[in-house]
Design a protein around this ligand. Structure first.
Ligand code: FES
Length: 92
């Protein structure tokens, strides 16, 4: 049985855009989805404990910042624009 991917959103990271198609609870949370799609070295260092801040994202505006590790994969993400901003806190 094929599952319909009925949640779509845009993910921006370091000047690049990725259109993500997923479905309800495909991943445990947004952090896990981003790690699976983007394979970023710095991202999600604390494993979703809410301590590292590397998973910080903007949802639809610069004012609404949240931890990706605390965002479930559900229909509230549909048509969202999500920008990864946790890398600004990582020393390169
Ligand atoms: S993964 Fe560390 S705060 Fe979210």
């Amino acid at each position: 049985m094929q599952v319909k991917k009925d949640i779509q959103f845009s993910l921006y990271c370091r000047g690049k855009q990725l259109i993500v198609d997923t479905y309800l609870n495909e991943f445990a949370d947004l952090r896990v989805l981003i790690m699976a799609k983007l394979h970023l070295d710095f991202f999600g260092e604390c494993g979703g404990m809410g301590r590292c801040v590397t998973c910080l994202v903007n949802l639809n505006s610069d004012k609404d910042e949240e931890f990706a590790c605390q965002i479930p994969i559900n229909y509230s993400l549909h048509n969202c624009t999500i920008k990864l901003i946790g890398d600004r806190l990582v020393k390169s």
